[in-house]
Unconditional design. Sequence first.
Length: 263
Amino acid sequence: MKQQWQAFTAEIIKNRHSTITLVTFIAFSLAPLFGGVFMFLMKDNGTEGLSGAFQAKATLLSFEANWNSFLGLLSQAVGVGGVLIFGFVASWLFGREYSDGTAKDLLSLPISRAKIINAKFIYYILWCTALILSNLILGLLIGLVLHLPGWSAEIFVNNLIIYFVTTVLIILLNTPIAFFAIFGKGYMSPLGFVAILLVLAQIFGALGFGNYFPWAIPGIYSGSGGADMKAGLNFFSFLIIGFTSVIGYFGTIFWWKYADQTK
């Protein structure tokens, strides 16, 4: 346990002054900010206050300028944007050791290699948790400033459950990203993998197979595909996410422990 804490402390020290942390918070905060603009434009004129694709999307998902729609929008932003931002976080945490040339130093430490990887996963979870909490607080403040109607404890709790479950699903899905960061010995390979996954999620969703493609499931659960697509989620959809997460986690540890680390 002492070694695990030491490894985690090392991660804190390495990342606490990194500008990447601030960049991820700024990038992720764009969701509630643009969501607020979305609500502001709809507040007086409904969907008529929007134009083009935004109007079509709002009509399709029955968006209104109220708390229920706004909180739902925050969940959908996590379901789609979280794949990119959380994927970036995982790519950075697990790939920077190779880019900075410090991987060999970690491997030479008298600490279990598995504990080093676990420390990174713990830091990754805490980082992502901080991101979604900051977005939630920012979203609530924006909603209060806009004086959105329709607030109730039931609506808030229901949307909060969707928000956090969506977050957990995406956090679980990024263990394969960690694997590709170590396998590719840097953060460019996993970022490319994340980009491919986002494209595939859209393709599988459009073809009607999104319920069985891991990286499309969080977005569908958040409601970004509409109520009909969400209703298609089943036990196997969530089982696939669990299976993907476990494979990614143990694959990362196995590769870090036993692969030939030449860099």
